[in-house]
Write a protein that binds this ligand. Structure first.
Ligand code: PLP
Length: 384
């Protein structure tokens, strides 16, 4: 093993997650697989491959660099949509390749028209409207001006989508705000239609909205976290739980497992300090395994004297501080531990499991953050 750890991605879990998501959406709804943040840490290329093998033909990214990776990885000529950053200098490439992108300000709209005209090609735009998220999107007062620009340049614009994003559909605390957004979006849609502009797709829902607000499911949904096997929040799960069949209470499966191995084994005497400083003193004669995963690999320093890993199927404690490249694990109670034995950092081993959530709880990170912080250079490999 060249690297100190690797990440496994389960194909069957992905298949199962999609099956569940599709069951919630019905047959008519297109799923856009959201692969921003290196596909939530899974690796864009891996998820493009997996998703396409499971019939997905649409991907959403935040930025142009991610879109380029999808473009290069795609074997099925899938559609790509950039929801965030495209700088002016790469917009020509984006338009030339037929990649869709959000337009949320006149500046970008003018640029798109200018480049599309020059290329003799339509720019595939998704018009983002402000409904209450207050980050990006055209304002209601701008609609007349927007309509005018869209109509005047119809020849160079492909009205791919009308979209918005909800400000926290994963928590009932935002219920009123989300409901207002749903209403506001409907007003934009109706207004454009009444003025002769029909968009090819209407899309607003992320995972949480799709699961908790069925009325947000339109032609297309943008599914991120759920395809990776996580509920957007505990609340979303609780909301759905009572509607799940008894044999399907846990329909979303984590794709990811993170594994390493014991690098070396060492005996430590009672009273010895382990690692840097004096944060851990051996309270008995101990056996310690060094595991070559540290904060440079995304194993947070906050897990010093707190983290858990699995070896021989047992839950074992990190002792001492997490260093840049390694942790020490108390393996005193294991039967004949050996260099090279598998260490599970996230995932299952025999009857025990360390979930991303439990891993995250002790570091105050949400699933989204923990996943996307897994360094890109840890190798990812598939498992059936
Ligand atoms: C990230 C993102 C999504 C997907 O969100 P999930 O909660 O992961 O499903 C959808 N739409 C937009 C605009 C996003 O930025």
């Amino acid at each position: 093993m060249l690297h100190t750890s690797y990440i496994e991605i389960s194909k069957s879990a992905y298949r199962q997650n999609l099956k569940f998501i599709r069951s919630q959406l019905g047959d008519q709804v297109m799923i856009s697989s959201v692969v921003k943040g290196n596909a939530y840490g899974h690796g864009i290329e891996n998820i493009v491959y997996l998703a396409e093998s499971n019939g997905i033909r649409h991907f959403s990214t935040f930025s142009a660099d991610e879109a380029k990776r999808v473009y290069e990885a795609s074997q099925r000529n899938s559609q790509i949509m950039i929801m965030g950053m495209v700088s002016d200098d790469v917009l020509p490439w984006v338009i030339e390749k037929g990649i869709g992108f959000y337009v949320f300000e006149f500046e970008r709209l003018y640029q798109a028209v200018r480049i599309a005209r020059k290329q003799g090609k339509e720019a595939r735009i998704h018009v983002e409207v402000e409904t209450g998220f207050h980050r990006t999107g055209f304002e209601w007062q701008e609609r007349d001006a927007l309509l005018r620009v869209l109509k005047e340049n119809e020849a160079y614009l492909d009205f791919r989508g009308l979209c918005t994003h909800y400000a926290g559909a994963e928590s009932v605390a935002n219920y009123v705000r989300v409901k207002d957004q749903i209403k506001k979006y409907a007003e934009y849609k109706a207004w454009f239609l009444s003025h002769g502009i029909r968009f090819k797709t209407y899309h607003t829902a992320c995972s949480a909205a799709s699961l908790s607000y069925p009325e947000t499911i339109m032609d297309m949904v943008r599914i991120g976290i759920a395809q990776y096997g996580f509920w957007p929040s505990q609340e979303t799960y609780m909301f759905k739980f009572k509607h799940l069949a008894d044999n399907m209470k846990n329909p979303l499966k984590r794709l990811i497992s993170w594994k390493s191995q014991i690098m070396s084994v060492k005996k430590v005497k009672m009273g010895d300090f382990i690692g840097y400083g004096n944060s851990y003193m051996a309270s008995r004669d101990m056996i310690i395994a060094l595991v070559p995963v540290g904060y440079c690999h995304g194993f947070s320093r906050n897990l010093s004297n707190l983290g858990k890993v699995l070896i021989h199927g047992k839950i074992l404690s990190v002792v001492g501080t997490v260093t840049m490249n390694a942790i020490s694990v108390d393996i005193t109670d294991l039967d004949n531990p050996q260099k090279g034995d598998e260490v599970v950092i996230i995932g299952r081993q025999k009857r025990n499991e360390i979930t991303v959530a439990s891993f995250g709880e002790s570091t105050q990170q949400v699933n989204y953050e923990l996943l996307t912080r897994l360094p890109q250079d840890i190798p990812r490999r598939f498992r059936s």
